[in-house]
Design a protein around this ligand. Structure first.
Ligand code: NAD
Ligand code: TYD
Length: 344
């Protein structure tokens, strides 16, 4: 069974202005009383403070514009807010960008994770949750599932950098006794995802009657999880996970890419003729599928939103927030920080 529950009072969320991080910050502020949340993010192209506009004035929330590679600054923020735990999301996260520019992935995902681990140690052994990905396990054929014991076999520069980060986290547990936890989650979808990722990109193109670019034959399989379910899983692991352990998180919802794209088109009532098959991604993993038995049996977590419900909520959100999408795709969102924080 898990250790006795840890009760965080002040959580440092790295990468809280990104897709999952912003959903996590909102989830904690809305669902958990008496916890402070400090969002530490340097606002790369993927960081957008507008994602948190509705909670920015919550007295339990604070934002620090800091690069995770700057260990001294991370330590300063942890001390200023008396942080007792870290949920480490900050990363370069897009596989296609890692293929064209792997160096930034090593800097952020490897050096950056090392830096946050060092800060966690320097601040008196903060509980450290590494938000990892199932992509570290490599690719499956038509059958089988990734368990926490599956050998790590990353295929893209992105997944290689996340694998290195997981190994560093594990090394800090074994070498220094840092209270670490690692999660490995399948593909997330939901509000506030940057529209370079498949789901929001396809919704954005469909609404504008643009071609929907499907890589290869569209038969690659991903296991889709609604982002709020991921946030709940992370909170359960942070509080009740067994220190030193890895927890897989998955949606029990395997779909081919073409199935996802067709579901989106059907929901927005656009024709399948918009689908365009394009050149495949190099090293494109064929199938990911998660065995999430451990988190279910140890922590009682299960996905609560099925694919049809989650996808329809997601599409409705993007259609209701087209101005958000327009500001992101035009680059206008990048001035939000200056406008929002000017004079504060
Ligand atoms: P994202 O790209 O939307 O957000 C990343 C955030 O990190 C941005 O706000 C960015 O500004 C920030 N950041 C990047 N470099 C930084 C640095 N040097 N210093 C401070 N902040 C920095 O990513 P996401 O999709 O929300 O993913 C978050 C985490 O979850 C990542 O670690 C990713 O590997 C993991 N993950 C994602 C998925 C998924 O489906 N998106 C699935 C499993 C795991
Ligand atoms: P993506 O959202 O980039 O997530 P990941 O590569 O981390 O799984 O891609 C999801 C799947 O969709 C993946 O198999 C690649 C495919 N894809 C397309 O077919 N077209 C696209 O334009 C994109 C961005 C992805």
């Amino acid at each position: 069974m898990s250790d006795a529950a840890f009760l965080p009072k002040a959580v440092l969320v790295t990468g809280g202005a990104g897709f999952i991080g912003s959903n996590f910050v909102r989830f904690v502020l809305k669902d958990v009383p008496d916890v402070r949340v400090v969002n530490l993010d340097c606002l790369t192209y993927a960081g957008n403070l507008e994602n948190l506009a509705d909670v920015a004035d919550d007295p339990r929330y604070a934002f620090a514009k800091v690069d995770i590679c700057d260990t001294d600054k991370v330590i300063e923020v942890c001390r200023e807010y008396h942080v007792d735990s870290v949920v480490h999301f900050a990363a370069e996260s897009h596989v296609d960008r890692s293929i064209t520019g792997p160096g930034e992935f090593i800097r952020t995902n490897v050096h950056g994770t090392l830096s946050v681990l060092q800060a966690a140690r320097a601040c008196g052994d903060l509980r450290f949750l590494q938000v990892g990905t199932d992509e570290v396990y490599g690719s499956l054929g038509e059958t089988g599932y990734f368990t926490e014991e599956t050998q790590l076999d990353p295929h893209s520069p992105y997944s290689a950098s996340k694998t290195a980060a997981d190994h560093l986290v594990s090394a800090f547990y074994h070498t220094y006794g840092l209270s670490t936890l690692i999660t490995r989650c399948s593909n997330n979808y939901g509000p506030y995802q940057f529209p370079e990722k498949m789901v929001p990109l396809m919704i954005n193109n469909a609404r504008q009657d643009k071609a929907l670019p499907v890589y290869g034959d569209g038969l690659n399989v991903r296991d889709w999880l609604y982002v709020e379910d991921h946030c709940r899983a992370l909170w359960a692991v942070l509080l009740r996970g067994r220190v030193g352990r890895v927890y897989n998180i998955g949606g029990n919802s395997e779909k081919t890419n073409i199935e996802v794209v067709k579901a989106i088109l059907k929901h927005v009532d656009k024709p399948e003729s918009l689908i365009t098959f394009v050149k495949d991604r190099p090293g494109h993993d064929q199938r990911y599928a998660i065995d999430a038995t451990r988190i279910r049996t140890e922590l009682g977590w299960e996905p609560s939103v099925d694919f049809e419900t989650g996808m329809s909520k997601t599409i409705d959100w993007y259609m209701a927030n087209q101005a958000w999408m327009d500001r992101v795709t035009s680059g206008a969102y990048q001035t939000y920080y200056e406008e929002m924080y000017a004079g504060r």
